[in-house]
Design a protein around this ligand. Structure first.
Ligand code: FAQ
Length: 311
């Protein structure tokens, strides 16, 4: 019986059909999806913090409106992704608990501080840029609710990336001080952005199985290479220096070569020892506690509505 179900599931995956919440799926597929999608959701929500820190200090009304909209979008992405994960039988409370106790991860990049206004540009350009490269690929993921969520998220991330690049362009073409700010932000955010794609394929615990089940459509290294290739000419256009002296076009490979990532730093950050790990979680715990009355009010309202309907 279960063999038939598994064979049917694999046929669907093979035939590029989406797996939907009510379909039978192997436990491992479900667990792996819960892990990846919930961590993706946590990244979106924790990712509101570094840029959110600059909303009150944006240099103009236009910049403030743009940044406010972007940070709100990230919160929205978190909500779509939590909803997609809930279809797999886990509750929002369980996911939040896993985040706040360190059982679930979120993208390492958000443990780096946004120290200057140029960092807001670098985050939009590089962090959203890296996120899009990954998410465009995930639009073809095998789980229906995740794939559909990705379509809308990609459209919004695309605006985020452009506003970040435009901000960097203004700084890079501004005064010497502004150009120096842009260069410094690029230097600090370039390598952590490459780390967003995860460990090399050979070191990646989940890639092989996730590719087989078509949860992931491209490997960590393939996606990272795509990002390196698209970013090098963008740095050139800004007139800034590339932070990786080994980044050179390789005619034979048809790709840019690059220097090695500092993997000690990557593992240090994902294991809780980055600049802002503690601060990010403490802030989340505080905000979640302060929002308790909103959740209680919503539940009371829903219960009243149900009661009135039943009467
Ligand atoms: N940070 O076996 P793999 C955004 C963990 S959205 C932290 O290769 P996998 C929008 C990994 O979880 C950014 N942990 O894992 C935005 C696993 O640990 P586990 C988020 C990392 O899943 C912009 C272990 O290492 N995007 O930025 C990282 O096959 C601006 C072994 O790794 C997504 O989540 C890392 N960088 O591949 C918001 C996309 N890399 O779970 C605000 C969806 C690896 O066993 C402002 N996710 N780990 O404890 C994915 O595509 C994949 O999950 C990867 C990792 C590629 C991130």
């Amino acid at each position: 019986m279960s063999e038939d179900l598994e064979a049917k599931f694999l046929r669907k995956i093979e035939g590029e059909e989406k797996i939907e919440p009510k379909d039978w799926m192997p436990d491992g597929y479900c667990k792996n999806l819960i892990r990846q999608i919930s961590q993706h959701a946590h990244s979106e929500v924790i990712g509101m913090q570094p840029e959110g820190n600059w909303i009150t200090r944006a240099p103009s009304l236009r910049r403030k409106a743009v940044l406010l909209a972007k940070v709100q979008d990230e919160g929205g992405h978190g909500l779509y992704l939590y909803s997609a994960t809930e279809t797999l039988g886990i509750s929002r409370d369980e996911m939040i608990h896993a985040l706040q106790t360190g059982e679930a991860k979120y993208a390492s990049i958000f443990n780096y501080p946004a120290q200057t206004w140029a960092d807001v540009g670098a985050i939009g350009w590089l962090v959203d840029g890296a996120a899009i490269v990954n998410q465009v690929s995930l639009q073809r993921t095998s789980y229906g609710p995740y794939a559909r969520g990705m379509v809308r998220i990609c459209k919004e991330e695309s605006f985020h990336q452009r506003q970040g690049y435009e901000l960097m362009l203004v700084l890079a073409r501004g005064s010497d001080d502004q150009k120096a700010l842009a260069q410094d932000a690029l230097n600090r955010f370039y390598w952590p952005s490459l780390m967003m794609f995860g460990p090399h394929d050979a070191e990646s615990a989940h890639t092989a199985k996730s590719m087989q089940w078509k949860i992931k459509r491209q490997s960590n290294d393939e996606l990272r290479q795509k990002f390196i290739d698209q970013t090098a000419p963008q740095i050139d256009f800004l007139g800034l220096d590339h932070p990786d002296p080994e980044c050179k076009w390789n005619e034979e490979r048809g790709h840019y070569d690059n220097g090695e990532i500092d993997w000690d730093e990557f593992y240090d950050v994902i294991n809780g020892n980055g600049h802002c790990n503690r601060q990010r979680i403490e802030h989340h715990v505080r905000a979640h506690r302060e929002g308790e009355w909103v959740r209680a009010a919503m539940q009371t309202y829903e219960a009243r509505k149900k009661k009135a309907k039943a009467a």
